[in-house]
Design a protein around this ligand. Structure first.
Ligand code: HSE
Length: 300
């Protein structure tokens, strides 16, 4: 029995919702091919598209490790699994690269085992993979990758995930400048303490963004895409960040910010043509800065 599963990239944080908000896009993403075999144990046979950068050791790779964790939970360590991981998206890009691989693997094993858990129930297993990849099991990439659309992590302990309404005709314009920002490092640089006045601004925006999704008010979503806590620190790692923002807004974006821990940036737009105009202008600017980039336009 063999299965091939694609899992998508995700935009975590959605600017104001550090570790609590995320949404899935259609592309890019990763692919996992998985088969059940007689010999017990989880074996990662090969990885393509990673330039040899990811561990092939089954205990260290997020895909195989989370599959092992899933089988252990089910008391089915007698099951034999062979895995191939095909990376089709950049590593360390802020687009939920480790999450896409892990989620594809978990979705695959769950299908092969007869769909024993729901997508939402798979989230804690995927969070283990994130812990392995960046030191902290955040859910704002894996939950939307598994559940689709926008997801709110209302609480981590206990885990409480809310699927939010996803407005029709909402497009993400994503640009990935090819400088690497490992999530682990990008998390370490954040200040641990915040001022009450900044917290007030931040939770007003989180509530505004969620309200905008429920009211289908895209302009409200856009004006809530402000981050006074994390962006001032992390944006320093992103070349031309303020110009990229100006170009997004001038070209019709409703909001703009860092995708996950960066360096990718994203804008939301009301139609595909506007999203393309935004990524074109931003890529042109990055070329002027001598930085290679990739762009992805996707409905949300
Ligand atoms: N919420 C996480 C962070 C997402 O910002 O570190 C990482 O993709």
């Amino acid at each position: 029995k063999e299965i091939k599963v694609f899992a998508p990239a995700t935009v975590a944080n959605v600017v104001c919702g550090f570790d609590v908000l995320g949404f899935a896009v259609n592309e890019p993403g990763d692919e996992v091919v998985m088969r059940l075999v007689d010999e017990p144990g989880v074996r990662l046979l090969k990885i393509t598209g990673d330039d040899g950068r990811l561990p092939l050791d089954s205990a260290k790779n997020t895909v195989s490790a989370s599959v092992q964790h899933y089988l252990k939970h089910l008391n089915r360590e007698d099951v034999g699994v062979e895995i191939e991981l095909h990376k089709k998206m950049p590593i360390g890009s802020g687009l939920g690269s480790s999450s896409a691989s892990t989620v594809a693997g978990l979705y695959a094993i769950n299908q092969l085992m007869g769909n024993l858990l729901t997508a939402k129930e798979l989230v804690p297993f995927a969070m283990k993979g994130e812990e392995l990849a960046c030191g902290y099991g955040h859910a704002d990439n894996v939950a939307p990758a598994l559940m689709g659309g926008f997801v709110l992590v209302r609480s981590y302990e206990p885990l409480d995930l809310i699927a939010l309404p996803t407005p029709k005709n909402l497009f993400a314009a994503i640009v990935y400048p090819e400088v690497e920002v490992p999530t682990k490092d990008a998390r370490q640089m954040i200040r641990a303490k915040v001022l009450l006045k900044d917290a007030v601004t931040q939770w007003g925006n989180v509530a505004g963004l969620v309200s905008g999704l429920f009211l289908n008010d895209i302009d409200l979503v856009g004006r809530s895409m402000k981050d006074v806590l994390i962006e001032p620190t992390r944006s320093i790692l992103i070349p031309g960040f303020e110009t990229l923002r100006a170009l997004a807004m001038e070209n019709g974006a409703v909001g703009f910010g860092i995708s996950g821990s960066g360096p990718s940036v994203f804008a939301l737009a009301k139609d595909e043509a506007t999203a393309r105009k935004i990524t074109d202008a931003q890529q042109k600017h990055l070329t002027q800065l001598n930085i290679n980039s990739n762009a992805y336009v996707s409905s949300v």
